[in-house]
Design a protein around this ligand. Structure first.
Ligand code: RIB
Ligand code: NA
Length: 293
């Protein structure tokens, strides 16, 4: 049986510029390359899971503009079910302006249509959510939508992974309800906002870039090491991790194995330019893992 995953999250067009260096304040520099590449944390995680063989239902919103149209076509090509993506007429599709230079990236996200998603939009998808193996969420949509999604999922005993990015302090009730949180170290501190991690430690899967990911087992932090690969663009590496992690858990993998599987997917994703470019298919990931022993 194929894993069934509902992703509720953002859909953006990434405006990617590559330059040899970042401009200083008030300065203009010439760049090398400009590309329009599908992105958005929700869409990225949906694509990661779909390429790994999951049936993915995406709930989100796009504008009825050219970016929105292109993004919907793209998602359908990735075999993602997009009937839950709301078209909105008066707000632009979300965009992310990404500048890559000197092995670093800087990103400005304008949520646009993503922020028109409201909790009531989820009601008609309750049954679909209820029959999913996992609900996968991020924070590029309004927090009340995330809260409603978690409430619906938990009402039906569906496991929830919340990737708290971009990070904001989260209420106790949300931390109590979700099954897994997947921040990086910086996001973990923002999410906790000074509260002790203690009450929720077993839920935290902390991504640490190429080092790998760590989680607590029997009171000790365990590091599942990442894979070393030639890096072209790290945009979307976390998204690939999350999509793959959701698939791995749906397939019944134990935590350690699921993290290794997701680390491998993330490693492959950073070898190509663009968030979704480089995200592996199930076959590619399996042969990479077999090669690594
Ligand atoms: O996580 C990477 C994503 O963040 C990019 O695709 C961009 O759209 C931003 O939302
Ligand atoms: Na990539």
């Amino acid at each position: 049986r194929k894993p069934k995953i509902t992703v509720i999250g953002s859909i953006n067009m990434d405006l990617v510029t590559i330059a040899t260096r970042m401009p200083m304040q008030g300065e203009t520099v010439l760049g090398e390359t400009f590309r329009l590449i599908p992105g958005g944390k929700g869409a990225n995680q949906a694509v990661a899971a779909a390429r790994l063989g999951a049936d993915v239902h995406l709930i989100g919103a796009v504008g009825t503009d050219s970016f929105g149209t292109l993004l919907l076509q793209h998602l359908e090509k990735e075999e993602i079910v997009v009937d839950g993506v709301k078209p909105v007429t008066d707000v632009e599709t979300g965009v992310a302006t990404i500048v890559i230079s000197e092995g670093d990236n800087r990103i400005i996200v304008v949520p646009g249509a993503n922020y028109t998603l409201c909790p009531d939009d989820l009601e008609r998808w309750e049954e679909k959510m209820a029959t999913s193996d996992i609900c996968l969420l991020q924070l590029e949509i309004p927090l009340p939508v995330v809260e409603r999604a978690v409430a619906i999922a938990k009402r039906h005993g569906v496991r929830v992974i919340l990737n708290p990015a971009p990070a904001q302090p989260l209420p106790d009730t949300l931390l109590d309800q979700v099954d897994f949180l997947t921040p990086n170290e910086h996001e973990r501190d923002i999410v906790l906002a000074g509260r002790s991690i203690k009450k929720w430690t077993q839920k935290f899967i902390v991504t640490e870039g190429k080092r790998g990911v760590s989680f607590q087992r029997h009171g000790e932090w365990v590091l599942i090491p990442g894979f070393h690969v030639p890096v072209v663009d790290t945009t979307g590496a976390g998204d690939t991790f999350n999509g793959a992690f959701a698939v791995a858990l749906s397939k019944g993998m134990a935590l350690e194995e699921a993290c290794r599987y997701a680390n491998a997917a993330a490693a492959l994703s950073v070898t190509k330019l663009g968030a979704q470019t480089g995200m592996p298919t199930e076959k590619e990931l399996e042969s990479f893992l077999a090669e690594k022993g």
